[in-house]
Design a protein around this ligand. Sequence first.
Ligand code: NAP
Length: 243
Amino acid sequence: MNRVVIVTGGARGIGSATCLRLAAEGYQVCVNYRSNLIAAETVVKAILDGQGEAFCYQADVSKEQDVIELFDAVEEKYGQVQYLVNNAGQLMKQSRFIDLELNRFDTILRNNLTSCFLCCREFIRRSPTSGSIVNVSSVAARTGSPNEYIDYATAKGGMDTLTRGLAMELASQPIRVNAVRPGFIYTEMHADGGEPGRVDRLAPNIPMQRGGSAEEVANTIAWLLSDDASYVTGSFIDVAGGR
Ligand code: NAP
């Protein structure tokens, strides 16, 4: 049977590792990207070279119409979407709370939380009789990221609440909704957050004494998404080296 998945923000980092992992397991993958066509095409090429199935589609998933068109495109290509990984996320430069601008706060909420809301809602509106959603949250939802990114942590906290509530609302269908909460993972996101070497700086504070890889997060996403996790919903897995 076909297993069709959308991975939002799939062109790099945890998203691209997830696309590659799911394609290797036989999913038909839509690699969603916002701006980086070349990176998205590179992911698709790697999948096709490995005899997998994938295509990429540009959509800013913080925009309602883009999300509708994304789902239309995937349905047209592969049929009904039964799996969704809400991975798209954004970090801005480290800042004290007092200096956060309203415009930035709104942008961070739109890209990390509204995007998740829009994609989950579209997924459900297309009425799959069953399915699985994994939201990529963050340990920041627990820590609050003081002095750095309270805006981002707030969005991820909202994502956790959405995950729990939606999981309960959909449990009897059954559509499963779960989340992973990565800790410090080696991706380009930290450069966007103002400190490319952040993971190495903080590694000594992590119980396992190292940062994580995008593949280690992708492995956990793949498990939660799959039927191997068939009795798991409304759950959170920290992928954070014990942090
Ligand atoms: P990344 O390398 O910066 O990748 C994030 C991706 O999301 C980018 O490809 C970006 O696309 C895309 N994106 C952002 N907003 C989007 C939108 N509105 N529509 C479509 N795509 C959008 O980051 P990452 O580290 O792999 O992070 C992936 C997820 O893990 C994020 O949700 C992040 O919050 C979470 N996470 C990461 C860490 C970590 O340490 N790396 C820790 C905890 C949680 P463009 O490049 O085109 O903008």
